[in-house]
Design a protein around this ligand. Structure first.
Ligand code: ZN
Ligand code: FE
Length: 259
């Protein structure tokens, strides 16, 4: 069994730990301190690092961790990340023998040009995906290096994972994203309910992550390019009916940039 633990970093980052048999793999350690602290207190061994993309809040802790624990580092081949020993482009399957676990690599460019996600179909009963800054709770990452069409295609790859799949993104942005989701779909009972639920969680200091593909398909405007209400919202931004899903997605993403 693989257990998933979350460490807090900076204001709103999560560093996820995949844990089994006294070993952990750390996803996106932007800061070394919480990881080193965890290892010291738990007595667990570090067996690997998984990086989704090159931004400092995801890989800033690599050098300090590797100086203490020279473990394999998986990361995107297209991005120049010092310390990556196992470059990946998507489509590969990697093995983490210490955890008796394999992960499938999904290329999800858009936020950055080489961004990858790690999908573990055998984690928990439902599977889990570690998607960095691509899919967020009720949102998606900003397009720093890719096109809207690329991001749409990347999100579409995540959308077709089995609905119960748990989604472990790298930031706690769900509550503010839901304010935008409500503006896109003010009549959605699902978005209203989730907003109330998330407000309670945040007021009590609870994480809103993991979420699931099912919840995102119901409430995330960046996966709902086919929903009539989202198409209508895009149409009112564009001043005409969007030609296709990419145009709907693009209009919603541009609206969010200014929201
Ligand atoms: Zn980022
Ligand atoms: Fe980030």
């Amino acid at each position: 069994m693989t257990e998933i633990l979350g460490l807090h970093a900076f204001d709103d980052n999560y560093i996820w730990l995949l844990r089994g048999r006294g070993c952990v793999a750390a996803v996106d350690p932007g800061d070394a301190a919480p990881v080193l602290d965890y290892l010291e207190k738990s007595g667990d061994r570090l067996c690997a690092i998984l990086a989704t993309h090159h931004h400092g809040d995801h890989v800033g802790g690599l050098a300090e961790i590797l100086a203490r624990f020279p473990v394999p580092v998986f990361g995107p081949e297209l991005e120049n990340i010092p310390g990556v020993s196992h470059p990946l482009t998507g489509g590969e399957r990697i093995e983490l023998p210490e955890l008796a676990l394999h992960l499938d690599i999904i290329a999800v460019p858009g936020h950055t040009r080489g961004h990858i996600a790690y999908y573990g179909p055998s984690i928990d009963a439902d599977g889990a995906v570690f998607c960095g800054d691509t899919l967020f709770g009720a949102g998606c990452g900003r397009l720093f290096e890719g096109t809207p069409a690329q991001m749409h295609e990347s999100l579409a790859k995540l959308a077709v994972l089995p609905a119960p799949t748990l989604v472990y993104c790298a930031h706690e942005y769900t509550q503010s994203n839901l304010r935008f989701a409500l503006a896109v779909e003010p009549g959605s009972i699902a978005v209203q309910r989730r907003s109330e639920h998330v407000a309670q969680d945040r007021a009590a200091g609870r994480a809103t992550i993991p979420t699931s593909i099912r919840v995102e398909l119901e409430t995330n405007p960046f996966l709902r390019w086919d929903a009539p209400a989202v198409r209508a919202a895009a149409a009112s931004r564009l001043g005409r009916v969007p030609l296709d899903a990419v145009e709907t997605f693009t209009a919603i993403r541009e609206w969010k940039n200014r929201f």
